[in-house]
Design a protein around this ligand. Structure first.
Ligand SMILES: Nc1nc2c(c(=O)[nH]1)N[C@H]1C(S)=C(S)[C@@H](COP(=O)(O)OP(=O)(O)OC[C@H]3O[C@@H](n4cnc5c(=O)[nH]c(N)nc54)[C@H](O)[C@@H]3O)O[C@H]1N2
Ligand SMILES: Nc1nc2c(c(=O)[nH]1)N[C@H]1C(S)=C(S)[C@@H](COP(=O)(O)OP(=O)(O)OC[C@H]3O[C@@H](n4cnc5c(=O)[nH]c(N)nc54)[C@H](O)[C@@H]3O)O[C@H]1N2
Ligand code: SF4
Ligand SMILES: [Mo]
Length: 763
């Protein structure tokens, strides 16, 4: 057995922190890094991360400052953990797979699996086998190609992508899938910012954020809604600190009083390390879960009322008239907003909302930032549409210091979409592929993640190929999803590290180990670099610096190119071999297919790369009417039956998505346990449950089915009344597959109706 053991579950609770990211953050980062690898490798990764000629941080998608403005240590505590989790010196070898059966590995925790280290050679599980065994690359790729070719229809295959994948490999993967004949390209974005994409595409004509770092620094008022930047986008706090220094204000809207929203100590400034730090939020709105739509409806109604009281002084009439449609209908709908509804949905007082309104009136330049606290609710899309209404009323779209800022998760999740990884790419993109490569891509929309699971469950999808990510832990309804995966003929994962998806196998299963961001990538024409696009549409290069984790690894580009060649045969119009040998040739193709990438190779060679144009910033809206669209959004709030709570499933401070690094959530004061549920003390009292009781979380769905996650400790915590919080992925089992956001089909990971029951089988 491996020497790595699961940390014991020994909950201790300290008061939640009221500030984020000072000296302890630096210490924690080094502690984790040195636990994974040597001082030398830690120094190599950390000196290179986010530098102009270095490695793009494999953590979140927050952008780096312009090259001249970077610190020597341009990374955060969590970025350091993410990169050294990849740069670990630990290795998973063929002996490991001989020692551990797949069933045994399936019983291990997500933590344990990840801690085993980097995957080192391709492995196969043959039909009926209990263990993975080694397989050569040629045979592995041949086997996968044969299974794909043997399908009755290309639509029986799914190609899942997670947002760490680089642009070059993502472009090749979608090219391969479409040349093979399917648009089945589900991705992690389906479970993440899909609601943002849906709302922004409809209203502004492009599903991306419109602001830059300079805009954030320059704004008079920044809203941070449904987002925990102290943990998930730590360097965003430096940007907000700058906003404050320039005289701007910050309003934070959250169901939890997150440490990073309160006060920030900059780890790269002496003042930040020893001082009291900068208060971040000027106003904190402790909102009820799912109450954000009502909040922005109330703010919009207040703006319309203020305009009526003093005509011509509040709204930006010239913008509304020249650049938008739908204002009249929106204004009529806003008439219906009732304060009773707003106060019930938000749990806020009228005075609190009026105070925000007063700040809005004082601010010429406003930005709204948001993340999963909005997108993963049933009414996430209308909520974001209402935010767009809010910004448009005073012309806060398409000018400096103002705009929409959906803060993206994975470092290249936005780039993967730009490269065509989407089951519904517009016809213009497909036409460009046809012109460039001479084949006709399929036009029928493909399957997203939720529909992909349904298809595997129903037997209409038979081969699953995952490139990066951990599909069975990222998706909802774990039991249903796992059964669906087991029903496949073949499951294959291109991965850097072991995870639970490798233990949930189809008849045949493949593990295809690959280079990570930090590994040097040398191909036939020499050393390669890859590119990524951050949350603010900056495209730049990333160059690995470390010797690869094993001599048997292939890059993602190489794996996809070889698979395509084996499946489709040699085709002069798509030179897969050249692509593998020289990634510059892929970028040449991208420059001819993807708008905004003209002259890609030379522009990305500049330090810091280049920014993709966003037509919204020229007040050009690529909607059917050519105008930005005001929308009418019905008031709605989550319905939670008596005796139940609305559970959100979120990240602790010590995890990267499905991968826990340690059982701690330092800022929230939770130590040595992950199976905890945070509940408002008032609700605990009403439910007759005591702090530290052991409970099962039981989710209830309207078809009468129940799902259970067992043995959680209750912790009294200032969650907003009626809501509870617990960590993902342990709670994914509770999210019904059919519980999705309207329009975007994003699983409602932040809105799960649960009841707490005394643990059926106490631990
Ligand atoms: N260290 C670290 N960094 C990460 C990740 C990670 O796992 N670890 N994951 C990356 C990825 S892929 C993503 S998408 C991002 C996610 O970044 P976040 O969206 O910050 O991630 P979550 O932990 O899901 O936190 C959701 C936040 O929304 C709040 N919230 C929940 N419900 C509501 C609501 O109804 N209204 C309001 N106003 N607030 C609400 C929660 O209290 C919490 O603060 O982070 C990225 N960065
Ligand atoms: N309940 C609940 N569910 C959620 C969420 C939630 O808030 N609550 N959040 C959702 C969100 S926002 C997201 S983005 C998804 C995340 O879903 P995914 O992106 O699928 O999951 P990750 O945990 O990021 O994937 C981790 C794995 O990626 C692989 N990996 C890491 N780096 C590389 C690399 O460079 N190349 C390759 N090929 N593989 C690599 C490693 O093998 C690692 O085990 O989860 C979603 N699921
Ligand atoms: S803020 Fe995000 S991208 Fe920047 S160093 Fe931290 S984890 Fe990496
Ligand atoms: Mo995400």
């Amino acid at each position: 057995m491996s020497s790595i053991e699961d940390p014991s579950d020994d909950l201790s609770v300290t008061p939640p922190k009221t500030w984020a990211t000072g000296l302890p953050a630096v210490t924690h980062a080094l502690e984790y890094s040195l636990g994974q690898t040597s001082v030398r490798r830690t120094a190599l990764t950390l000196l290179n991360v986010n530098q102009a000629k270095g490695i793009d941080c494999p953590g979140c998608a927050w952008p780096e400052p312009a090259p001249g403005k970077r610190h020597m240590n341009e990374y955060c505590e969590n970025g350091a953990k993410h990169i050294n989790d990849e740069a670990t010196s630990r290795r998973v070898t063929r002996d490991f797979f001989r020692e551990h059966s797949i069933a045994e590995l399936g019983g291990m925790s997500d933590y344990w699996l990840n801690q085993q280290g980097r995957l080192t050679e391709p492995m196969v599980k043959r039909p009926g086998a209990t263990h993975y065994e080694p397989i050569g690359w040629d045979e592995a790729i041949g086997l996968l190609a044969r299974e794909l070719s043997g399908l009755d229809s290309p639509d029986e295959a799914l190609f899942y992508v997670s947002g760490r994948l680089n642009n070059e490999a993502a472009f090749l993967l979608q090219l391969f899938a479409r040349a093979f004949g399917t648009n089945n390209l589900p991705d992690c974005s389906n479970m993440c910012h899909e609601s943002s994409g849906s709302a922004l595409q409809e209203t502004l004509g492009i599903g991306k954020g419109s602001v830059s770092l300079d805009d954030i620094h320059d704004a008079n008022l920044v809203f941070v809604v449904g987002q925990n930047p102290g943990t998930n986008h730590p360097r965003m706090l430096s940007a907000l600190e700058e906003t404050k220094r320039n005289g701007g204000r910050v309003v934070a809207v959250n169901t939890l009083p997150e440490a990073g929203l309160m006060r920030f100590k900059h780890p790269q400034r002496v003042r930040g390390v020893i001082g009291r730090g900068t208060p971040i939020a000027d106003q904190f709105l402790h909102i009820r879960a799912g109450g954000d739509l009502a909040l922005f409806q109330a703010l919009n109604r207040l703006l319309l009322d203020a305009e009526e009281a003093a005509p011509g002084t509040v709204l930006d009439h010239s913008f509304i008239r020249s650049s938008t449609t739908g204002f009249e209908d929106f204004a009529a709908q806003a008439e219906k907003t009732s304060w009773d509804d707003v106060l019930a949905a938000t749990g806020l007082s009228r005075e609190e909302i009026e105070r925000v309104h007063a700040s809005v009136l004082r601010s010429k330049k406003i930005i709204v930032c948001w993340a999963m606290g909005l997108t993963q609710h049933k009414h996430g899309v209308p909520t974001i549409r209402e935010i767009v209404n809010f910004l448009m009323l005073r012309g806060n779209i398409g000018r400096p210091g103002a705009g929409v800022c959906p803060v993206r998760g994975h470092s290249n999740v936005q780039g993967d979409r730009t490269m065509g990884v989407w089951e519904r790419m517009p016809q213009g993109f497909l036409d460009a592929l046809e012109r460039e490569f001479g084949f006709t891509p399929p036009t029928r929309h493909g399957l997203d993640s939720v529909n992909g699971i349904r298809a595997m469950r129903d037997g209409s999808a038979k081969v699953f190929v995952g490139v990066a990510g951990n599909f069975v832990r990222a998706t909802p309804d774990s039991a249903v999803t796992e059964a669906a995966m087991r029903g496949c003929r073949l499951t294959a994962h291109v991965s850097t590290k072991l995870n639970r998806s490798h233990t949930v196998c189809g008849d045949t299963a493949l593990i295809l180990p690959t280079l990570g961001r930090s590994d040097r990538d040398v191909q036939a024409t020499g050393e390669q670099f890859i590119t990524v696009e951050d949350s603010m549409s900056e495209v730049h290069a990333s160059r690995g610096k470390l010797p690869p984790a094993s001599p048997h690894l292939l890059s993602e580009v190489a794996i996809v190119s070889r698979l395509a060649r084996r499946t489709l045969g040699d085709e002069p119009s798509i030179p897969w071999e050249d692509f593998e040998a020289d990634y510059g040739t892929i970028r040449d193709r991208i420059s001819r297919v993807v708008p905004g990438f003209e002259d890609f190779n030379s522009r990305v060679a500049r330090p810091g790369g280049f920014k993709l144009p966003n037509p919204v910033n020229e007040r050009v809206f690529r909607t059917p009417s050519g105008k930005a669209v005001f929308t009418c959004n019905e008031f709605t709030m989550p319905h939670v039956p008596e005796g139940h709570l609305l559970l959100q499933t979120l990240r602790s401070h010590d995890q990267w998505n499905t991968v826990p690094y340690a059982p701690n959530d330092r800022y929230r004061g939770i130590h040595n346990a992950r199976r905890v549920v945070l509940v408002n003390p008032g609700d605990l009292e009403a439910l007759g449950i005591a702090d530290r009781d052991e409970v099962d979380l039981v989710s209830v769905w309207h078809d009468g089915t129940e799902r259970r996650a067992e043995n959680f400790r209750v912790v009294g915590y200032p969650t907003s009344p009626g809501s509870a919080a617990s960590y993902y992925p342990e709670t994914n089992v509770l999210v019904p597959l059919d519980s999705v956001a309207d329009i975007s089909n994003c699983p409602t990971s932040k809105g799960v109706v649960v009841r707490l029951e005394a643990a059926r089988t106490p631990a």
